[in-house]
Write a protein that binds this ligand. Structure first.
Ligand SMILES: Cc1cc2nc3c(=O)[nH]c(=O)nc-3n(C[C@H](O)[C@H](O)[C@H](O)COP(=O)(O)OP(=O)(O)OC[C@H]3O[C@@H](n4cnc5c(N)ncnc54)[C@H](O)[C@@H]3O)c2cc1C
Ligand SMILES: *[C@@H]1O[C@H](CO)[C@@H](O)[C@H](O)[C@H]1NC(C)=O
Ligand SMILES: *[C@@H]1O[C@H](CO)[C@@H](O)[C@H](O)[C@H]1NC(C)=O
Length: 608
């Protein structure tokens, strides 16, 4: 490695860093604020540097820049959204694009056994808006008791009573129809809508719920348990990502907020003596910059990348860091406690009328025009999901505390003509040919089952000390047998929904070609479903927990209840990774809530 420095005061160094291959051509170290050149990409110093413009980071950057005395730099590795990411029905397509980091898990013994390479896809968004640019846009907040439990673990200020107002602060539900009004707000940045499509399948799904003794309820309202039409983060039938909600409206109006794309942070700079974070290293356009933070660095890089970045910067399990030659600044259980929601999305329910929606059925111009002009029609179905049900299996521990979610899909995998959904899930061609090709093109809908309260825990580990290499992702899905048992009950519940009177008039029938790897077991037996669960369950992308929050006397916790990294000054984590336990709901709005609350705490701490 050679260095050539030119310039006075402002040191511009050309570097050939072997570690980064050809990625970096120069390094700029602004050693003197006065001399940082006017045409520079960055200033010498900011009050706050936020790493990652996802669901968490977008909110934090917005709220901190409300203070006109503060300079805020938001650094995002990905790029801006486009017209395609806007289309709700095409959510799965985004996961096959460069908007996805493209991670895969390590091979495990307990799950993803029938998927391509026996590895689970771990989709994560790389964009202004982060994972909210490719997610399925379902808007749910989890269960009240989830937050009361966070608080009972010692996290003061995180009970449902405390966090509820932050859900409302973000929200604009003025276009919602069937909701529990007492639990929603108008006028916030995040726009919520129902899919703008009248579905005969949804109607029957809700009826089926009643038939089985459930309420038609608003899962974000008084009764979490029940059947409902989907609520989605959507505006005029288009995706309302964290970027569109929290960053786009600020363009031109916040001169002290700088938002930068294609900027990859490779290290948080921490003074090893004072243990204070004072800046970051970032690569943009093949140039490496060192940028300083006067007040705080806020890491919002998501549940995979935040622990990765902390470990690269010397905060993590001592033994693991030493193994890859990283100087340990703080020994901490970073990367542990990985939790996620697994989904079983491969059920297909055949019907005898064309009442379902597939990627091929929406090719007609009227559907396209209806979307483009009115923001209505099948293209507004978020990721194909029409409705939800939160239910309890026989294993549920408490009342009003669901352990299972059913998600009604407008189409099934046999109608995935272009294969985008199969690609997202990692379903091999051989599986498709065996199971779905025999019924290709026939109308079918899906009910996916989602395990709300997994007991299995995974982890993120360093492979080496190169910041541009992936970390090891070891989710340990279904390592705990109880997770399989609950999932099997969920599948039986989904099948029961399809066999209600509500669905009878469509001649609804569970597609019964057995899944490869499980053919020897009796179809529909518990053993058969257990086998299928381990073969083809896939993640819903709700990874959380790897920098978990906990009180001082809690040795496993990485951040405290104000989300400050323990033992380090000037450093917080604000994203899904801080959740001590996953909640019984989709995670986008929960992370926005966390970021709203974090922003208030940061403002409070600097007012003192
Ligand atoms: C396929 C899929 C479907 C989903 N569906 C739903 C749904 O329907 N409803 C729901 O509520 N949730 C859903 N989720 C989950 C939800 O979208 C995520 O939990 C949430 O967006 C994560 O927010 P975050 O802030 O923790 O991380 P992210 O939104 O992932 O943000 C992290 C950001 O940091 C950036 N970054 C990372 N490392 C660096 C670095 N070194 N330098 C600079 N920038 C960096 C990333 O590019 C990214 O933009 C889904 C997820 C997936 C994958
Ligand atoms: C900004 O700074 C000024 C002068 O120090 C102070 O009076 C004002 O209260 C500050 N504003 C905010 C929002 O903190
Ligand atoms: C669909 O199946 C139901 C139940 O078997 C039957 O009553 C109905 O006539 C069928 N409809 C069509 C269009 O075949």
């Amino acid at each position: 490695m050679w260095l050539k420095c030119i310039g006075v005061g402002l040191v511009v160094c050309a570097i050939e860093a072997q570690m980064f291959g050809n990625l970096i051509e120069t390094v700029r170290l602004y050693s003197d604020p006065v001399l940082s050149p006017p045409e520079a990409d960055f200033m010498y110093e900011y009050d706050f540097i936020v790493v990652g413009a996802g669901s968490g980071g977008s909110v934090v950057a917005n709220r901190l820049s409300e203070n006109w005395n503060w300079t805020v730099l938001l650094l995002e590795a990905g790029k801006d959204e486009n017209l395609l990411t806007d289309v709700p029905l095409m959510a799965a397509l985004q996961t096959s694009s460069s908007y996805n980091w493209g991670y895969k898990s390590e091979v495990m013994k307990s799950g993803c056994l029938g998927l391509i390479g026996k590895r689970c896809n771990i989709p994560r968004g790389k964009a202004l808006g982060g994972t909210s640019v490719m997610n399925f846009m379902l808007y749910t907040r989890g269960n009240k008791l989830d937050y009361d439990e966070w608080e009972s673990l010692g996290n003061k200020g995180w009970s449902y009573k405390d966090v509820f107002k932050y859900f409302l602060k973000s929200e604009d539900c003025s276009k919602c129809e069937s909701i529990d009004k007492d639990y929603h707000a108008n006028g916030g940045y995040l726009k919520i809508q129902h899919p703008q499509y009248n579905s005969p399948i949804l109607k029957r799904f809700l009826k089926a719920g009643s038939e089985l003794g459930y309420k038609i309820s608003d899962p974000n309202g008084k009764n979490h348990i029940g059947f409902s039409q989907a609520q989605a983060t959507m505006v005029n039938g288009r995706r309302c990502s964290a970027n569109k909600a929290f960053l786009k409206p600020l363009l031109q109006t916040r001169p002290l907020l700088q938002v930068t794309t294609r900027a990859r942070v490779t290290k948080i700079l921490i003074n090893p003596k004072t243990k204070r974070a004072y800046g970051v290293e970032v690569i943009k356009n093949r140039i490496k910059y060192v940028i300083r933070a006067r007040k705080e660095v806020i890491v919002s890089a998501g549940t995979i990348n935040s622990p990765h970045l902390l470990m690269l910067s010397g905060i993590g399990p001592k033994e693991d860091l030493e193994k890859v030659n990283i100087n340990v600044i703080k020994d901490a259980k970073v990367g542990h406690n990985l939790q996620d929601h697994m989904a079983f999305s491969t059920l297909a329910f055949l019907v005898n009328q064309s009442v379902t929606v597939s990627d091929a059925s929406v090719q007609n111009p009227s559907d396209v025009l209806n979307y483009v002009i009115n923001g209505k029609g099948p293209f507004t179905i978020p990721g194909g999901s029409l409705g939800l049900a939160f239910i309890q299996t026989k294993y549920a521990k408490k009342k009003d505390y669901p352990d299972m979610e059913l998600v009604l899909g407008a189409g099934a995998l046999n109608q995935d003509t272009f294969g985008t959904m199969r690609a997202l899930l990692g379903i091999p061609d051989s599986f498709n040919e065996r199971v779905y090709v025999p019924i290709t093109g026939r109308p079918a809908f899906a009910i996916a089952t989602v395990l709300m309260r997994p007991k299995s825990r995974g982890k993120i580990q360093l492979k080496d000390n190169n910041p541009l290499h992936w970390p090891k992702i070891i989710p340990n899905y279904f390592q705990n047998e109880d997770d399989v048992k609950v999932m099997v009950e969920g599948i039986k519940a989904a099948v029961a929904v399809s066999r209600t009177r509500a669905f009878a008039d469509l001649g609804t029938r569970l597609h019964d070609i057995p899944f490869p790897g499980c053919e020897k077991l009796r179809f529909e037996s518990d053993e058969y479903w257990s086998c299928a669960v381990r073969q083809v369950s896939t993640t819903l992308g709700h990874h959380v927990g790897t920098c978990k929050m906990g009180p001082d006397n809690h040795p496993d916790a990485v951040v405290d209840q104000r989300l400050r990294v323990k033992g380090i000054q000037g450093l917080r984590v604000v994203d899904g990774s801080v959740m001590p336990n996953i909640v019984a709901g989709h995670t986008n709005s929960v992370i926005m809530m966390i970021a709203e609350k974090a922003s208030d705490m940061i403002k409070e701490d600097w007012r003192r």
